[in-house]
Ligand binder design. Structure first.
Ligand code: ZN
Length: 411
């Protein structure tokens, strides 16, 4: 994505601010000549920031403003002990509400809607973001928070909620409960705004079908405001993001090289207007791509694809980056293939070799034909020549985790 002069200027101003603030970035960028940054290429020489950096700045080392300007903190869950604390100024809180308001608007939500919010409120950014954006839009909010399914369904009926905000797993649970109780005719939902964790097409179709709603994927992370920084529109061609607040890059997660539009890699975010905790080249470890061209909806906001997985699960074979989510998607298209598969990567005659085992109920010639289609599909979609192996249903060991479906024996 070409950086505009406006974005470059905003980034330079932000760099000056974080240097003057004397916090985390002042230390990290102390050897950088800020005035020497004149082009996108200059900007791309700046070092990346990682979640570990943010964690090291605990508790308030990220703050780039005087303490009296901080009105709120949020915190991202730390699975490894120390959490990350993100301080917000009033402008940050207002800006986040504006970004979220735009998300609702893109999803076709209006002030006449009644928005049922099930994500949690508190240190985590989820619930409160859904809330502020909805209030800014002017819609009626029903701030449920998570849990208590009886109450959720009662309020959904009595308050005639039209928009459900939830994680995909909670949306599915509610959909199943509504079905089970036979109260679907009392539910007035029209749209679902669903937090963008990775969820398959099958789950998506089930939720949409059982609730009778149109679904929208909303993206975000606590380090960068929270949810509400990108959402898909009615054409579902990727998620629009707000380039007047954020600068997105896609990099090769192994080399750090910036990739051209359309290529799959890791999303790196630079904030343009954030005061409390600006971020410069923050690595999200989320896998996506910039969707090239214009969306048929006519909006000028650029797009990223739905999040396809985490870079931590990725492997590189013959110079091509692949990851479990991509293989899941590909096998879904393969006629006769079940959802069970395993991938083995090894060296053969000095070269990488990838063998893909997939279970199928087919046999004989039809099984052979499926193997050939599988090989062709990998070649045309991922650009990789594989060794296809179709096996019978039940032949592969069952595992809980997707990432354990790829076995790399090269190292
Ligand atoms: Zn669009």
């Amino acid at each position: 994505m070409k950086m505009t002069d406006n974005a470059l200027n905003m980034i330079k101003n932000q760099l000056k601010r974080v240097m003057a603030a004397g916090g985390f970035y002042a230390e990290k960028l102390k050897d950088v000549d800020i005035d020497g940054i004149r082009t996108q290429e200059d900007f791309e020489t700046l070092p990346f920031s990682e979640k570990a950096d943010l964690r090291n700045a605990y508790p308030l080392g990220l703050s780039a403003v005087p303490e009296e300007d901080i009105v709120r903190i949020h915190s991202s869950s730390g699975t490894t002990g120390t959490p990350v604390i993100i301080p917000y100024t009033q402008k940050d809180v207002d800006d986040w509400a504006e970004l979220f308001r735009r998300c609702y608007e893109i999803a076709g939500v209006t002030k006449k809607d009644r928005i049922h919010i099930t994500p949690g409120y508190g240190l985590w950014t989820a619930g409160i973001g859904f809330q502020l954006g909805a209030e800014k839009l002017g819609a009626m909010t029903i701030p449920m928070g998570p849990g208590n399914t009886d109450k959720q369904i009662k309020f959904m009926e009595d308050m005639e909620s039209t928009v459900l905000c939830a994680t995909s797993s909670y949306a599915l649970l509610l959909a199943e409960e509504i079905e089970k109780r036979g109260v679907k005719n009392k539910i007035k939902l029209k749209k679902g705004v669903i937090g963008s964790e990775r969820w398959g097409e099958k789950m998506r179709a089930r939720i949409a079908d059982e609730l009778g709603v149109q679904l929208y994927d909303i993206y975000g992370l606590t380090e960068v405001y929270g949810p509400g920084i990108a959402i898909n529109c009615e054409y579902n061609t990727g998620m629009h993001y707000f380039d007047d607040f954020l600068y997105f890059e896609i990099i090769d997660p192994k080399t750090g090289r910036v990739l051209p539009d359309g290529e799959l890699g890791e999303l790196v975010i630079t904030t343009l207007q954030k005061e409390g905790a600006p971020l410069i080249r923050y690595r999200t470890h989320d896998l996506t791509r910039i969707v090239p061209g214009k969306c048929p909806c006519g909006r000028s906001y650029p797009r990223i694809d739905v999040i396809l997985g985490r870079t931590d699960d990725m492997v590189k074979v013959k110079g091509v980056n692949i990851f479990p989510g991509q293989i899941d998607d590909l096998l879904k298209e393969l006629e006769g293939a079940s959802s069970e598969y395993q991938v083995f990567i090894d060296h053969a005659e000095g070269k990488d070799q990838m063998t893909v085992f997939v279970e199928t109920a087919l046999d004989g010639e039809r099984k052979k034909a499926m193997e050939k289609s599988m090989k062709d599909l990998f070649k045309t979609r991922i650009g990789l020549t594989i060794v296809p192996k179709a096996v019978s249903i039940g032949d592969l060991p069952r595992s809980e985790k997707k990432s354990t479906r790829i076995y790399d024996y090269r190292y």
